[in-house]
Design a protein around this ligand. Sequence first.
Ligand code: HSE
Length: 310
Amino acid sequence: MAKNKKLITFKIPATSANIGSGFDSVGLALSLYNEIHIYENDNSKKIEFEIFGEGENEISKNDNMIYSAMKLVFKKLKSNPKKGYVVKCINRIPLSRGLGSSSAAIIGGLLCANYMLGDKLSIEKDILNMAVQIEGHPDNVAPAILGGIISGVVRKNEDFKYIKIKPPKNLKAVVSIPNFYLSTETARNILPKEIKRADAIFNISRAALLTSALFSNRLDLLEVATEDKIHQDYRAKFIPNLKELFKETKKAGAYSTTISGAGSSILALVKDDKNIIEKVSKAMHSSFKKKNVESIIKVLNIPTKGAIII
Ligand code: HSE
């Protein structure tokens, strides 16, 4: 395999959706990337997968999300690749932890297939549209493709309406990744089908504040702007010691702390200050540790670019 010629590389970032109040509506990209390298396949006319890193022992090499997404492009364009390829995946986004691993796989598959058929689809329209249709959550998919902070991914006819907010300077993401999976389905099924008007107003007002605070660099407002009444309290039963973790990270100086996507990871937005980052990281780690949950802490940026083609 190593002798085969490398043709192209795609890097797709992790994401953190919701950011508290912006349930299903706001998301940001994180500087943690899955890489997909496409090589010529000298030995066969098939598409063959090599998988390394996160999920390497769980993800099938014959039937996986990347391949399913690729097949949808082949179907849409009514064509199949004329040559064989080796698709080497280097996965760094942990699975089922609320960091957009499914989005990254789906987007990766769509980008690979589009490349194999001569780049007929546009990334910001066709690929975004297909990825949202497959994945179902635009607040995850859009920042992975477009980068930055994406606010209000609204489908209108065949188009998406959104605003990309440039990440404020000096803003870092401290992400705590616990060692347990939480499926999006489980974390959505726990939510009530209907919510009270007062709770809806609570979230709408804060989500409005959230996007305008991020736009105008009013990071002091993030604490109140990320408050939420429609998903996190219900999901707290799946995430040990969540309330204490929120309290301790606030004490440690985080602007805001929220469940990342549907969980189980946690996102703290903090000032780019070594001392604060260290204190927040410790607070996150020890809150989980108290309940015997091991976790990994990653200090990440919010990249302005989404999926990168090299
Ligand atoms: N906004 C979605 C949720 C993200 O919180 O359920 C799921 O990936």
